[in-house]
Design a protein around this ligand. Structure first.
Ligand code: AKB
Length: 330
């Protein structure tokens, strides 16, 4: 019989996705049943006060084990990661956090016989030689960044632990994630979030990729939905495990600027590509996510217009209240 998910640990819970995912999981599974873990950055007041919080670094297996035992953890969602742009500045750190951290997590799952480990992957697994439009689930994976190398390794490790040890390990390839709550940090797709803040704040933005750079993107509510849907999917229906493509929308930086201009006509964007352009150029423009749709019913809700309306509404309200960039501890 399938084991139940009852006590969840979220590593990297202070980050862009982890912070919102943790709060959603607490609403669904009960606040006391979702333990948020962070490494360095102080958690928001809401994250700290809405349920248990522990300082635990994925590269410290003893501390991770202590937290698992203390709370009787059965499921780990491993959101701790060094993203693509930061990873190019410090490749060794990216490998250490993304690969050693994942092995530590998978080893804990094996030793403590956990119910599940979920570890996100990324569109960064793709690179030279793969089709860039409707990039298939199964294709050549030849990433050019250390982040991509670490995520391919992570996918293979998850699949290995499934096969070799019967650990239930799952993962999905996030596209660029756009959200209004916690800012992303150190990714190549960060421009697609920054642009909204600058549109509200200054009505101007200098974009670090070219106008015609097209990437797959997803709005945070869909990202949370995808993560929880995969986590809750029946293991027996899964043919894939650590590497699901999940698509939602695909647009160029220029199309994103045009969507914002519909709401803020005076908004102006300059394009000054930097080192992240090369990373963006190596990634897909859109994804074929038919495996996720077939195996666990993936279906996104937001397109660029609906996302833009919601982002501008939320950020506009915060700007009016003098708290566009949420203050630490708020
Ligand atoms: C990044 O840009 O590094 C991330 C990702 C696509 O995984 N947002």
């Amino acid at each position: 019989m399938a084991k139940k998910i009852q006590k969840i640990m979220v590593t990297g819970s202070v980050g862009q996705i982890g912070s919102e995912l943790t709060l959603d999981l607490r609403r669904k599974y009960g606040a006391e049943n979702v333990v948020a873990c962070g490494r360095k950055t102080a958690p928001s007041k809401e994250l700290k006060e809405s349920g248990p919080f522990e300082w635990a670094d994925v590269t410290d297996p003893e501390k991770m084990k202590d937290v698992c035992k203390k709370y009787g953890i059965d499921t780990i969602i491993n959101m701790a990661a060094i993203l693509s742009a930061t990873g190019e500045k410090n490749p060794q750190l990216a490998w250490h956090v993304n690969v050693t951290g994942l092995i530590n997590t998978l080893e804990l799952a094996r030793e403590l016989e956990l119910t599940q480990v979920l570890c996100p992957s990324s569109i960064a697994v793709f690179g030279a030689g793969c089709p860039q439009v409707d990039t298939p689930q199964e294709t050549v994976l030849r990433p050019t960044t250390m982040y991509g190398v670490s995520k391919v390794t992570g996918e293979l490790l998850c699949d290995y632990y499934v096969r070799r040890y019967g650990v239930d390990a799952r993962g999905l390839r996030y596209p660029g994630i756009i959200s209004a709550e916690t800012l992303p940090g150190g990714g190549t797709t960060d421009y697609a979030v920054e642009i909204y803040y600058k549109a509200i704040e200054e009505k101007r933005y200098t974009c670090f990729v070219k106008e015609d750079t097209r990437l797959p993107m997803m709005y945070m509510p869909d990202c949370i939905q995808a993560t929880i849907d995969l986590m809750e999917a029946d293991f027996d229906t899964l043919e894939h495990h650590g590497d699901f493509n999940v698509g939602a929308m695909s647009f160029s930086a220029g199309e994103l600027a045009a969507a914002i201009k519909k709401h803020i006509p005076e908004f102006a964007v300059d394009y000054e590509p930097d080192f992240r352009q090369k990373i963006a150029d190596s990634w897909p423009q859109s994804l074929d996510d038919s495996a996720a749709r077939k195996e666990w019913g993936w279906k996104p809700s937001y397109d660029i217009a609906a996302m833009t309306e919601d982002m501008l509404k939320k950020l506009g309200q915060r700007h009016a209240a003098g708290n566009l960039y949420k203050q630490p501890g708020s």
